[in-house]
Design a protein around this ligand. Structure first.
Ligand SMILES: NC(=O)c1ccc[n+]([C@@H]2O[C@H](COP(=O)([O-])OP(=O)(O)OC[C@H]3O[C@@H](n4cnc5c(N)ncnc54)[C@H](O)[C@@H]3O)[C@@H](O)[C@H]2O)c1
Length: 388
């Protein structure tokens, strides 16, 4: 019988449901397959500053992108410039050092820049770019201090150019889905948001020395994650941190951090952060509310393989690094920025978001260094647009 009575009609006679919207890559494939929007797509000339970890990810995405056309690559490492040129086969692109960067700013064909050089160089590069009426896609953090960032956002507003802080996790399809589902009320009133964020591999000491410290280099992602889900800013911040790695202690930074954020709505944000994690890039999120919980576990490159033996069931390791775990998010954030340049949508990460994250990260660092709970006040013009 095999429950023949339930047999469905031939699928050819039925209307197929649309693919799930979560399968972003399939939808992108459909766009490519059907050449949808191809004829109207604008092409924007771009200059990439910095060809390190972040810069090469953006170059990889731009090489495949039909709307962003790399015109210049700027870096002070001449040997690496040549290698990148040959590796990516960017024979028509100009490779220059920062001493020659004015060429980028005076070239009318450059519509925007991607700023992926070390954080301490951002302020000067962004200022010059904005003053030359170029749009700016910038790796986080925008600058070393809140004051510098605020000045840059004011300048961006004055010259009417979008200054984007690339919080890549906002564009990860899983996190985006959780954010949306919380907004739709699936877990009801939120009680806690828990973020575990443990880095892998351990960054080089050379990088850590110029990173701005774990609160501004790493915790900013987690803070943004919590506040973008809640649509609210915390009024109390406390943090405990330790340097378990002697070399990190020597540069007056820490490697293990716990941050607790208290929100007036009654929600609590809990961030557990580490500079290194031996089993991979540990990225987990949980939103617990009155009606239930939404959570996401780590992802793995070969997610589905399990090995069963007498002693254990083993699964493949999780993604090793941000470059692989957030590969999709980096691609989508660049598409988002190009949509903004085409006038199709507004920036998902606004200046006030970055400034708020920076203020919270500063408070967390103050809490750790001074061993106290830090209270925060927010003016109306600082609040998230959804809350005003
Ligand atoms: N979104 C993320 O998750 C993420 C991840 C990594 C890095 N970042 C950010 O990206 C930025 C770069 O970090 P990274 O890890 O790629 O650093 P990196 O050290 O790997 O690379 C930086 C590159 O910039 C070059 N450079 C130095 N001064 C320059 C200048 N004035 N103009 C142009 N290039 C210059 C260096 O030679 C180097 O090639 C930082 O702001 C960092 O916070 C963000």
């Amino acid at each position: 019988m095999s429950t023949l009575k339930y047999k469905a009609p031939s699928p050819y006679t039925l209307k197929a449901p649309p693919p799930p919207t979560e399968d972003v890559t399939y939808y992108e494939h459909l766009k490519d397959l059907n050449l949808s929007g191809n004829s109207e797509a604008q092409v924007f000339g771009v200059a990439v500053f910095g060809i390190g970890r972040a810069g090469t990810i953006h170059i990889t995405n731009l090489v495949k992108n039909r709307r962003g056309k790399i015109l210049y690559v700027v870096d002070d490492d001449k040997e690496k410039l040549l290698k990148v040129k040959n590796y990516f086969n960017l024979l028509q692109v100009e490779f220059i050092t920062s001493a020659e960067q004015s060429t980028v700013f005076t070239d009318p064909n450059v519509r925007y820049i991607v700023c992926a050089s070390p954080t301490y160089t951002h302020e000067d590069i962004i200022t010059e770019a904005l003053k030359s009426n170029k749009a700016v896609f910038c790796e986080k953090p925008i600058a070393e201090t809140i004051e510098q960032s605020r000045t840059l956002f004011e300048l961006a507003e004055k010259v009417n150019q979008p200054l984007f802080s690339a919080f890549n996790r906002r564009f990860d399809p899983t996190y985006a889905a959780i954010r949306e589902r919380v907004k739709q009320g699936e877990v009801g009133k939120v009680l806690t948001v828990k973020v575990s964020s443990r880095d892998s591999p351990l960054p080089s000491l050379a990088y850590l020395k110029i990173s701005g410290g774990i609160f501004h280099d790493c915790a900013v992602h987690d803070i943004d994650q919590v506040i973008s889900i809640l649509g609210e800013y915390p009024t109390k911040v406390s943090a405990i941190a330790h340097a378990n790695i002697p070399e990190i202690d020597e540069i007056d930074d820490v490697d293990t951090v716990a941050i607790v954020l208290s929100f007036d709505s009654g929600a609590i944000g809990i961030i557990d952060l580490s500079r290194q994690c031996v089993y991979g890039y540990d990225q987990r999120l949980e939103v617990f509310g009155e009606k239930g919980m939404l959570k996401t576990e780590n992802r793995a490159p070969v997610q589905t393989i399990e090995k069963y033996t007498h002693e254990s069931v083993k699964r493949a390791p999780i993604y090793y690094s941000f470059a692989s775990r957030y590969e999709e998010a980096y691609r989508i954030e660049m598409e988002h920025y190009l949509d903004v340049l085409e006038g199709k949508c507004k920036l998902l990460v606004e200046g006030r978001d970055l400034l708020a994250v920076s203020k919270i990260a500063t408070a967390a660092e103050e809490s750790y260094r001074e061993g106290k709970l830090v209270e925060l006040e927010w003016n109306t013009n600082e609040l998230p647009s959804a809350q005003v």
